[in-house]
Design a protein around this ligand. Structure first.
Ligand code: FMN
Length: 452
């Protein structure tokens, strides 16, 4: 743990269903309002009231069509489809908040770095420095076809492209415009001093980008960088680039090993290992009493749509789970998609999972632990992971929207604050300051983006 208090992200998606398939049918659930700007401004206000660092928006391109070799289940059950581009709700949410950050997922396989660097600089300007980029390489085959590729790139090659993508982005964000390039001198007629705006002249395997960057420096220059690599290649990428890392490991021991491994790898890139923050996912189900919390848990479970969950997981692991007998034990496979999800159900020595058991468990937040109890019991669990296991905070996953967030903010947040685990005030105005301390608006100097 490199933090003196807990950090929190709300884990969500600009879609009906994210990781709790079936919950849109729960009485009062508002997921279907994802197209409504006011839904998101309410979420933003609640998250800021609860001291959250940021709202994390997952995003995918393509449809989950691996299950049954068909897109039908995913479409019928709203499995991450339909979904909107999360970047466009961010300005509305920023308008009604002062400190909350916004992490948007963007793919290095399906974007061009010059274009994306511009979009993210713009968002960083419009939010006064509260934007993060969740760097993904994308795992769905169905996305490739829509975006002009014959097939999805091979796993490690996706990371090669991502490396070069980030080299270009860093050069645009960090090196192209000097701090004092913009002079706005009305008298002389010089808005920007051309001597202080530089080409980047990047010529590489995937991209040729002369530059310069089209945007003047935004408050954070480089947005805060989130990443979730779990393969060997992915870990190397995260160690080099990420400031916030999503942890998806099956056991406490595996989480500890993962954090240690990434910190060591980061040191290998000349980085202070404390400049990486680690966030596992967690699903809090809280009630004023144990009985109320248990009753909520039971009724949430009743709404899990196991077929929809199987469609989601089939896409995560790139394997058609409709071909398996529901009582068959899951076996370890190597996948080109998300290895961490396979490992969660096949690399835990304490337990073997059948297909049915996995679908029932994964219906509430996929691979993350579900914590059910009173505010004190849920806070105990958060405190344990923070103090004893050494994570910096959590991605709080929603079951029912917005009830999960509201319950958490109204019931658990006061308990965490009482214990001194959660701050009363934000450290600064930008997202990076809130994660790393007042004054740290730009990347740390030991980040590879600043080493050129
Ligand atoms: C918490 C978490 C959130 C993720 N969110 C997304 C996402 O929104 N979009 C996406 O394409 N991939 C997402 N991923 C997948 C990762 O980007 C990555 O592909 C995955 O962790 C596998 O890593 P690997 O490629 O190193 O095996 C997420 C993974 C985790 C653990």
């Amino acid at each position: 743990m490199s933090s003196d208090h807990l950090h929190l992200n709300l884990f969500t998606m600009d879609s009906v269903e994210h990781v709790t398939v079936g919950s849109w049918r729960y009485p009062g659930d508002q997921s279907a309002r994802y197209t409504d700007r006011e839904y998101w401004t309410e979420v933003a206000r609640t998250a800021e009231r609860g001291g959250f660092d940021g709202i994390f928006f997952a995003d995918v391109r393509g449809i989950y069509d691996v299950y049954g070799d068909s897109r039908e289940t995913a479409i019928e059950k709203a499995v991450q489809t339909p979904s909107n581009d999360p970047a466009y709700v961010v300005p509305a949410m920023a308008e009604v908040t002062d400190h909350l950050g916004f992490a948007v997922t963007k793919s290095t396989s399906y974007n061009h770095p010059y274009q994306l660097a511009r979009e993210l600089s713009t968002l960083d300007h419009t939010t006064d420095g509260r934007v993060a980029f969740n760097i993904v390489t994308s795992y769905l085959e169905s996305a490739a076809a829509n975006l002009g590729l014959d097939e999805r790139m091979e796993h490690d090659e996706r990371y090669d492209r991502a490396d070069e993508f980030m080299d270009v982005s860093y050069a645009l964000w960090e090196d192209s415009w000097e701090d004092d390039a913009v002079v706005r001198d009305a008298e002389s007629g010089t808005f920007t001093d051309p001597e202080k705006v530089h080409a980047i002249d990047h010529e590489g395997e995937y991209f040729d980008v002369p530059g310069p960057h089209g945007c003047e420096p935004s408050p954070q220059r480089t947005p805060v960088l989130y990443q979730a690599g779990s393969s060997d290649r992915g870990r190397e990428f995260a160690a080099k680039n990420a400031e916030a890392v999503f942890v998806s490991q099956p056991t406490e021991e595996a989480v500890v090993d993962y954090v240690e491994d990434l910190r060591e790898r980061a040191a290998g890139y000349g980085r202070d290992p404390d400049h990486l923050k680690f966030f596992p996912g967690i699903v809090p189900i809280v009630g004023e009493t144990e009985e109320l919390a248990e009753a909520k848990h039971e009724s949430y479970k009743e709404h899990i749509d196991t077929e929809g969950v199987l469609a989601l997981i089939s896409g995560f692991v790139d394997m058609d789970l409709s071909e398996l007998d529901p009582d068959q034990k899951l076996e370890h496979i190597e996948t080109e998609a998300i290895q961490g999800v396979v490992n969660a159900f096949t690399s835990n020595d304490d337990r073997e999972w059948t297909v049915r058991e996995m679908a029932e468990f994964a219906g509430l937040g996929t691979t993350s632990p579900v914590v059910v109890g009173t505010p004190e019991q849920v806070a105990d669990e958060f405190e344990y992971w923070f103090r004893e296991v050494g994570v910096d905070g959590f991605n709080v996953k929603e079951v029912v929207r917005p009830d999960t967030l509201q319950d958490f903010v109204d019931l658990v947040v006061p308990e965490l604050r009482e214990r001194g685990l959660l701050r009363e005030e934000y450290a600064g105005n930008t997202l990076r300051e809130n994660l790393f301390g007042a004054g740290q608006t730009e990347l740390h100097d030991d980040h590879p983006a600043r080493q050129s």
